[in-house]
Write a protein that binds this ligand. Structure first.
Ligand SMILES: [Zn+2]
Length: 499
């Protein structure tokens, strides 16, 4: 029998706020243990929470970015939680009245488009972090009370790869929207995975298996691959699956049972009596909506449509936002944006990386990452703002190649020079005498010289080795110091050799 997987994800994302959800403590990663704490986030008796308005805005903004409805009434509830990393013994969350609901995310998958429905994105708080030592355990409450958003998907995902692409798309959207930095290394994104299998085409869902607290997208993909084949194997052998929660062991590459439905938690939700319900006004919603940005997929499509770029170039400009904005600034001034994109991606980006490599001795992975990691290196990194030449110079340079004033190899020299000195392409061409020779008489002379000096390749060409022509063309370019019009040189050579 053939089986299909049904997957839903609950993705927890730390919001990008300066302070915590209910108090003024810093929302900062990497501080010494228990230094960003106060009576509120330590859950001491008698304290009162004050909601962080920016966290509310970011949650509703996420709702807009994920095409959700924004209910005019939402509230906070208490969820029983008896673990040492949350001393007040409950977590504040949104139970039956979340701040956003009924959205969807579109993303590229398998060469086409996929759409996953979003059940809700609601606001809650993170818990502290337990560390277990040899003889005792410690809890760091710096993370307790950090604003945490939970994004729940409908079970629309059907494979491990699809789940992986969905998570990446979601992350891109949240980073673009300024909602979260989504730094996996710092634990800013964690996932709970629900997965079941059923005979292909069946309506009923199989027993739901939950895998808790995954902290990497590749881990989610591997865990799903493992779990789907494990479930299929159990069913194929005539076994039965029961609703349960499992743990992913990333080192061993397997899932292990933690608990079954019988010992499931009773969370005993009830409305938090210390917090007023939320009733966003039109003006407040309009203010949040004004922060909606163009999403990565829309940006990619716009770059392909408006500038005639191939998908790979457009994707580069999606990942590297400053570079894409730089390109867009000059592409608007050109009738032919494609060569401009080539200059920006292949030459400018490479030159910047090279310059930064010289400065630090370490090659940055990309300009964008470099920008995000400010402070990672002691030497300030060169950015697009530090360029010596004006953006329009790239349009001018591309124009000189297009109207055949200079050859593409000469253009490389011009670019290197303008990158170093900031001089205009026209000035560099004049100074260095790089203007292409399209004068037939002059090129004929170089061709005669090349033919006379290379009897071997000439004989090869006459014997039918077409490749020998490229060698002779190279010699003509060399003799002309790169200035001969290569197409013209090829034509003249061929005429002379065949004549
Ligand atoms: Zn605090």
């Amino acid at each position: 029998m053939e089986y299909e997987a049904v997957i839903g994800l609950e993705t927890h994302v730390q919001l990008k706020t300066k302070s915590k959800m209910w108090c003024g403590c810093a929302n900062a990663f990497g501080s010494p243990p228990n230094t960003n704490v106060c009576p509120v986030c330590l859950g001491l008796p008698g304290v009162l929470p004050v909601p962080n308005e920016e966290a509310l805005r970011l949650t509703v903004l996420t709702g807009f970015l994920l095409n959700c409805e924004i209910p005019r009434f939402a509230k906070f509830d208490r969820k029983s939680y008896f673990y040492p990393d949350m001393p007040k013994n409950y977590q504040i969350t949104q139970y039956d009245k979340p701040s956003t609901a009924n959205g969807h995310v579109e993303f590229e998958f398998n060469g086409g488009r996929a759409c996953v429905r979003i059940t809700r994105a609601h606001l809650e708080e993170d818990v502290g972090k337990s560390t277990h030592f040899e003889r005792n355990s410690g809890v760091d409450f710096n993370r307790a009370g950090v604003p945490l958003m939970e994004i729940v998907s409908e079970p629309d995902l059907t494979s491990a790869d699809m789940a992986y692409e969905y998570l990446n798309a979601l992350k891109d959207i949240l980073v673009y929207g300024g909602v979260s930095d989504c730094d996996m290394e710092k634990g800013m994104v964690r996932c709970d995975v629900n997965v079941s299998v059923r005979p292909k085409g069946a309506k009923e869902l199989g027993a739901k298996i939950e895998i808790k607290n995954m902290n990497s997208f590749s881990g989610v993909r591997r865990a799903l691959e493992y779990e789907i084949s494990r479930q299929i194997e159990v069913l194929t052998k005539g076994g039965k699956l029961i609703q349960s929660t499992r743990r992913w062991d990333d080192v061993a590459g397997i899932t292990e049972e933690m608990r079954t439905k019988e010992d499931a938690h009773d969370y005993r939700y009830f409305p938090d009596p210390d917090l007023m319900p939320l009733a966003p006004t039109d003006a407040w919603l309009a203010e949040v909506k004004s922060r909606v940005v163009e999403l990565p997929l829309a940006r990619k499509q716009r770059f392909m449509r408006d500038y005639g770029l191939p998908a790979s170039d457009a994707q580069t400009f999606v990942w590297d936002v400053p570079l894409g904005n730089y390109f867009e600034g000059i592409a608007k001034k050109s009738k032919n944006p494609k060569p401009i994109a080539n200059w920006v991606i292949n030459n400018l980006r490479a030159k910047l990386a090279e310059a930064n490599e010289r400065r630090t001795g370490v090659a940055p992975v990309s300009i964008e990452e470099d920008k995000l990691e400010t402070g990672a290196t002691l030497v300030p990194q060169m950015t697009l703002a530090d360029l010596k030449f004006k953006p329009e110079a790239i349009v001018e340079l591309a124009g000189l190649v297009e109207n055949k004033t200079i050859s593409s190899s000469a253009a490389q020299q011009v670019f290197a020079e303008m990158f170093e000195t900031g001089k205009s392409p026209a000035a560099i061409v004049r100074e260095k005498g790089l203007a292409q020779v399209s004068d037939t008489g002059a090129i004929e002379k170089f061709c005669d010289e090349a033919i006379a000096a290379n009897p071997g390749p000439v004989a090869d060409f006459k014997a039918g080795k077409a490749a020998a022509l490229n060698f002779l063309k190279g010699q003509v370019m060399k003799l002309s110091k790169g200035k001969a019009n290569p197409a013209l040189a090829g034509e003249i050579l061929e005429r002379k050799l065949k004549g």
